[in-house]
Design a protein around this ligand. Sequence first.
Ligand code: DI6
Ligand code: FE
Length: 405
Amino acid sequence: MPSTVYTSCTLATMEPGSAPYGLVEDGAIAVDDGAIAWVGAVDSLPSEYAACERVDLGGALVTPALIDCHTHLVFGGDRSREFALRLGGASYEEIARSGGGIRSTVQATRAASDEVLLASALRRVDDLLADGVGTIEVKSGYGLTVEHEMRMLRIAREIERHRPVHIRTTWLAAHALPPEYENRADAYVDEVAIAGLERAHAEGLVDAVDAFCEGIGFTPAQVRRVFEQARELGLPVKLHAEQLSDLKGAVLAAEFDALSSDHLEYLAEEDVAVLAEKGTVAVLLPGAFYALGETQLPPLAALRREGVAMALATDCNPGSSPLSSLRLAMNMGCVQFGLTPEEALAGTTRHAARALGLEDECGIVAPGRRADFAVWDAPHPDFLSYWIGGRLLRGRVVAGEYHDA
Ligand code: DI6
Ligand code: FE
């Protein structure tokens, strides 16, 4: 396929090192066969690209396509009623313990047809695409039987057939205990979380394995058993850790060379070093922090000091984070957690790619990476975190194909 050269743009390549944001003024990107072949200032475009088709971007800002590395966006029903209850004083944990919360979404998800689940997921996907997203991670966790968990991942994979976006799927059967396993959590772990993982993996449905390590979720000992199975199958792990309390989940995940530990509001300062040592990404989820009215902040200064890569994601889910804008998550990461706008963009590009084990494929605009980038009407990359709402996106290039916003 002949190359296409995109010109007349400011490039925020997000390559670490040199300039802030890896900025290149008056930049050009040569795309060949769905991959980036060359990146730089248009003045130094190699002569071999001189005769290629050119696309003038009219001075737009170009960033890597954003990556939402933590979502639960396939689910049935909604939980707006719970939102009202929480505003009236009930806590997230109280609602969960009284049979609401995740369990109510499980009921609605099991009852919904494949078509209804896919159609509602696509609405949330479209919201994300309008924010320049090119890759989305989607977790299971609202089926809680082997069949229903596998169905969720099949539907997640189906999204790629309907929209220009890359999907990564995560097995999260250890999300909540379904009513039929009341007081039998260990049996659930064996019969659904572990046995189902084997089946889902055999069908090629699993890119990574996750669990909810929490008082209202699963104990570290139970999570360890799920992770041992993942290791046996050669699958990478990640963990919902230290969201509501400190169970040392992040330390456990690091022991299994986790791609990421996610949430981390209650991560102890002394446990930050182990993330740095293992190269585990800290995925921060300010949407859940905001929507649950939390006050305990993740240990940002220590994460930064130790050089832990920090990603940002929506955690898009019907309970704790009814959020389908990754740019709003970036704004919240800055305003609530104290990230800089550059850290926020690194958190939804380069570091988000690492949180999915995709650092060699996407997350920066560089030769050899997939041609996934977002084209914005924005004067500077700070603007993407600064401006709340609006339609900043002009278009997305996904695997070398241009799609208008
Ligand atoms: N932590 C979360 O924030 C979501 N899951 C999890 O393990 C919440 C999911 C829900 O409330 O439906
Ligand atoms: Fe989550």
